[in-house]
Design a protein around this ligand. Structure first.
Ligand SMILES: Cc1cc2nc3c(=O)[nH]c(=O)nc-3n(C[C@H](O)[C@H](O)[C@H](O)COP(=O)(O)OP(=O)(O)OC[C@H]3O[C@@H](n4cnc5c(N)ncnc54)[C@H](O)[C@@H]3O)c2cc1C
Length: 397
């Protein structure tokens, strides 16, 4: 019988556990995590900071879940090395264990841009439950919270801090909010919606330094502009965790994540990878739908070699800010003339809808302001049918 090691315990790991168990009720599975908590979905950290969930509610699967799946969960036991020749792992407890299959589900970590002073006490990142607890504690009694980064995480965090009674200001070095999800038109309307909700947004501010001695008191831009604040959170994107793979001699792709083929196999036979730590065809998404789909493919191939192939995922993101319904799907802002777009914007109402078509088939879109429009766009993209006769009423729900 095969023995399987899963390194990491995020959504990729738990999806793989579920799928492996569906296919094989007996195979021994060890799960290693450097965190001390059983599985929690990271989006719930936003609800936690917002004050709508306590720590217990954030945890989705407690220890009983792992027991019910017959999984040996080794919390607080990071894997320090993988030895491909013997297909074994060395854990932080100095234990060597051999496996028939290894799944790297080690995720990613926050990227800290080259900004001086990020080591100060009240400068934070948000990735883990411990980070969220630190931020939640730190925002009690602060005057103004500076969030460096206008991506999805930065905006969600600003929304949560605002809801928790803070006065967040989001600063971004570029001119578009959520550049990986929105075009400029949607970004402008989102910015105005956020401002109406009491959040400040400062675009084109290239943060160079965190000011203050032991504690941060503000940030300075490369132009010398200053913003005062009592708390700084860096939300400038993520980088795949590649150290284990690099040290083991596995191939790293051009996107700086672990290279996998269509079977989610790394460059070493029997060692698989899925989720945020991977790149497939040069793409490294860092989102949950991709983590789930790649974990499912990896699980099938771990149980039965080369039995499933990954064909890609249509990326989809929904912003979790109370009072704002924003979804971006697939090709939301293509630059090539092969695509055609229909846009309906209403600055006063704060709504923005966009449908992107290729050969009369919907391939992407943006919906700001109405969940039902988002659902309709998602359905039409999934169906992949000719929508020529629906163009006029594409945003009607
Ligand atoms: C606050 C927040 C909100 C988010 N919201 C959304 C959202 O709404 N939609 C969306 O699509 N995505 C969202 N994301 C991104 C999403 O959470 C990630 O895409 C997802 O968590 C990736 O899952 P994963 O299992 O691949 O990696 P991770 O969740 O990063 O899990 C990997 C785990 O492996 C552990 N690990 C690393 N190295 C080792 C080692 N050597 N030994 C043992 N364990 C190790 C890590 O500590 C971590 O616990 C959000 C992220 C955050 C932080």
């Amino acid at each position: 019988m095969k023995k399987i090691a899963i390194l990491g315990n995020g959504v990729t790991a738990v999806t793989a556990i579920r799928d492996i168990r569906r296919l094989d009720e007996e195979v021994p599975i060890d799960v290693f995590s450097d965190e001390k908590y059983p599985y929690y979905p990271r989006p719930k950290l936003i609800d936690f900071i917002r004050g709508e969930m306590d720590e217990k509610q954030v945890i989705q699967y407690d220890n009983d879940w792992y027991e019910s799946k017959g999984v040996n969960l080794r919390l607080g036991e990071a894997v320090h090395d993988i030895i491909p020749a013997s297909r074994s792992v060395l854990t932080q407890k100095d234990t060597y264990i051999g496996y028939d299959r290894i799944l790297l589900a080690v995720g990613s970590h926050p990227f800290i841009p080259p900004i001086h002073g990020t080591e100060k006490k009240n400068v934070h990142v948000l990735r883990t439950l411990d980070d969220a607890k630190d931020i939640k504690e730190a925002i009690q009694g602060t005057g103004r919270e500076i969030i460096v980064g206008g991506g999805i995480l930065g905006i969600e965090l600003a929304g949560a801090i605002r809801k928790a009674g803070g006065e967040p200001i989001v600063i971004s070095n570029i001119g578009t909010l959520l550049p990986a999800q929105l075009d400029q038109g949607a970004s402008n309307i989102l910015m105005s919606n956020l401002q109406k909700m009491g959040m400040s947004v400062l675009m084109g501010f290239n943060c160079k330094q965190v000011q203050g001695h032991e504690m941060a008191t503000g940030v300075v831009s490369t132009e010398g502009d200053k913003v005062k604040g009592d708390l700084v959170v860096i939300a400038a994107g993520v980088r795949a965790n590649t150290k284990l793979a690099l040290d083991a001699g596995l191939k790293i792709g051009s996107g700086r994540a672990i290279f996998v083929d269509e079977h989610m196999q790394t460059s070493e036979r029997g060692i698989y990878a899925a989720g945020d730590c991977t790149e497939w065809k040069g793409i490294c998404w860092g989102i949950i739908p991709v983590a789930i789909e790649t974990a499912k493919i990896a699980a099938q191939n771990i149980v039965e070699e080369d039995s499933a192939s990954y064909e890609g995922t249509t990326p989809s993101n929904t912003l979790q800010v109370v009072g704002i319904d924003l979804t971006s799907i697939g090709e939301y802002n293509p630059q090539s003339t092969e695509y055609e777009s229909i846009v309906m914007a209403n600055a006063e109402e704060g709504t923005y809808y966009k449908a992107v078509m290729k050969d009369h088939v919907l391939v992407g879109g943006i919906s700001l302001g109405n969940k039902k429009v988002a659902m309709k766009l998602r359905r039409l993209i999934r169906e992949g049918v000719d929508i020529s006769d629906q163009r006029r009423e594409i945003f009607e729900v």
